[in-house]
Design a protein around this ligand. Sequence first.
Ligand code: URA
Length: 209
Amino acid sequence: MSEVHLIEHPLIQHKLTLMRNKDTSTAKFRSLLSEISLLMGYEVTRDMPVEMREIETPLATMQAPILEGKKVTLVSILRAGQGFLEGLLTLIPSARVGHVGLYRDPATLDAIEYYFKLPEQMEDRDCIVVDPMLATGHSATAAVSSIKETHPRSIKFLCLLAAPPGLDYFHEHHPDVPVYTAAVDPELSEKGYIIPGLGDAGDRMYGTK
Ligand code: URA
């Protein structure tokens, strides 16, 4: 299966270029990420299932579409995933939010989990896992493996930038989880950074080093 959806909307590509630029300020970087997450959220939710419900307008009774199932769950991979939440929550204000905390072992680049908290009744929920950078794919893969243990109805993975080795690694482990990204950059550095990329997304969002 292994789907990769490249979201090439010109507004997203324009904003991504501004984010890649090393001279873009922390404040601007954060607001661009928020704007992009809203635009990408529109694409990632395009096929959400709806059911018909009877409602009354001021003039008549009608069957009208409404999202089916329990509330959507957004799962942010800490810390850079937080940057995707604002735009997505503007679009889906009733979404539940889970968090997965992972850090990269600098020697092995393996993902080590230090925090995991999801809403209850995941069996009825569609889950969108967010992290701006799909680099080695280790964090994304580990996060989705843990999330799968809660048996959500569906899982999608949303990022801003991906690299081919990360996509391969992720889909080797999770061929059933589609990835939505704004770009696939050609390579990874030895330290696991996406090249040309945009640097460390967490540092650029929060002004840390
Ligand atoms: N994480 C980042 O923030 N940037 C990269 O390039 C790779 C992983």
